[in-house]
Design a protein around this ligand. Sequence first.
Ligand code: M6R
Length: 631
Amino acid sequence: MCGIVAVTGYKKALPILINGLEKLEYRGYDSSGIAIINSETNSITCNKAEGKLKNLISNLNDQNIPGTVGIGHTRWATHGKPELKNAHPHTDSAGTIAVVQNGIIENFQDLKNKLEKEGISFNSDTDTEVIPHLIERELNTLSKLNLENNGSTLLVAVRNVISDLEGSYALAVLWAEAPTSLVVARRQAPLIIGLGEGEFICASDTPAIANFTNIILPMEDEEIALLTPLGIEIYDSNNERQYRNPVSLKVSEQIMDKMNFKHYMLKEIYDQPGTAKNWLENYLIKNLENGQYQIKYPFDTKFLKSIERIEIIACGTSKHAAMVGSFLLEQFAGIPANVFYASEFRYSPPPLLPNTLTIGVTQSGETADTIAALDMEIKRRSSIDDKKFKPNLIAITNRKESSIGRQIPNIIDICAGIEVGVAATKTFFAQLLSFYGLAIKFAHIKCSRSSNEIDKLITELLKLPPIIEDLLEKHNKSSEKLAHDFFNIKDVIFLGRGINYPIALEGALKLKEISYIHAAGYPAGEMKHGPIALLDKKVPVISIASSGEVFDKVISNAQEAKARNSYLIGIAPEINGTEIFDYLMQIPSSNEWISPLLNIIPLQLLSYHIAAHRGLDVDQPRNLAKSVTVE
Ligand code: M6R
């Protein structure tokens, strides 16, 4: 959601903060700000701007703020509109304490009311602003105990304050009286400390750290830390000092390079042949004795034998990948599987059933709804004294070091490399692949498919990289041309059936997210039950018609749209029946199981080109953020 970066050391803080914020802007871009302890005046210099980070940079243009300790923030608005007054950092009344926060302080209104009664006036509508005022009050109390004005005292004050906060947060605090110290804390929102030589940087995500160091220490939930150039002290929620070894950042977590592409999203769409290759090399392993391929996930999969049903929890695009996954697990591998919106699961979970596998899917590994739903499921299963009900868990993520990576022991790292564009593309593709892997594994374990059928699917997967390359080659220009004709439309309907119904949903989500055109995906057979009322010549219909089980049905449903004058775009192979389409985005004929992996490519390209043609900020669409760490 919001991005936080904080630094203490010997180098000038301003460029480090700006560089960090540039790398975190995908987390929110409603406003940004920095606060630095000015080493000449020993006071805090704050600078903020509404809108994109470039506005802050232009504000700061001629300023040379001396100081080596500072905090920065890029905001995704929750409490209070995206206006200057709500931009972080927020300060206490005297301007000697500055705070940046990512999360939601659920009891802020009660706290604010109390502070207002004590005579404190507020300058913003945010939940965050209570924090510097509470810290100020706490420091005043501590000063009566004759504690020194230093980082340790700030640490005590922040610890006392966060014990009164409800909700989830990651925060960083500066105090002018402790000019080399930084205090950072987290609860259910990510924070990672980067270890430089005699300097430390703390941020919500690794890209902000990568230019600085590749040695990191992810903070655990409910931890608080004091950072000075001399070292770091980390404490858990029981105030026990924590000692653990740092880890190295993976190379893929360090690279953010648009290369020659106009937008990250287009580059990431083009990354997909490489994503497929990488995934296949990592997880599809040839048995040298019998020459057969096997799926090898990096954890002991013996426990899968006892699994009788699967629940999958996810949000947004990850949920669409989960829906394809559930189709494969049920229809290919024969295991009952259900998909849940994480935000719904949490408050209306299904009754507990034995021998269930719970799969969490999240590219960022930080989505609050998903993490909380999984947490709830782990707790309710662990509280039952019957091993049939114990939690069996797998996470599918692109960020092994994230919150889900710490929450769940069995991780399928989708290995897609960092995805910067807010609209998920290559991570969706790699999530799909991970479900193909699971379906193959289950089909094998449960003997629900013959070796021949399994081998056939594996052979199709192995052929993917060049096929995806060809699809990109074929459809980039054609979708750019199509976008030229369609960039001004108001509504689009996406239809798909069976394994491609989630692809229709994902096509519609991609278009909505980045072009702001209203789009809706439906199971093709459902259109006649209502959505057909929307159709006329101004509403194009994009129909996914892969050869196989439901091809004829999808074509009949497309006929129904044609009869209502809709312009029909087909995502289909060039075979009998597809002449009905006014425009065919041709897909090579393939095995139906594999078709989602092909059909998604032209849909991603079309959304991209429509949004780019409309002159929109494709990589940072309005109101969105790459990782949604609030409920
Ligand atoms: O990080 P996650 O996969 O958990 O994110 C879930 C959704 O927020 C995400 O897929 C969202 O829908 C994207 N903007 C999709 O492009």
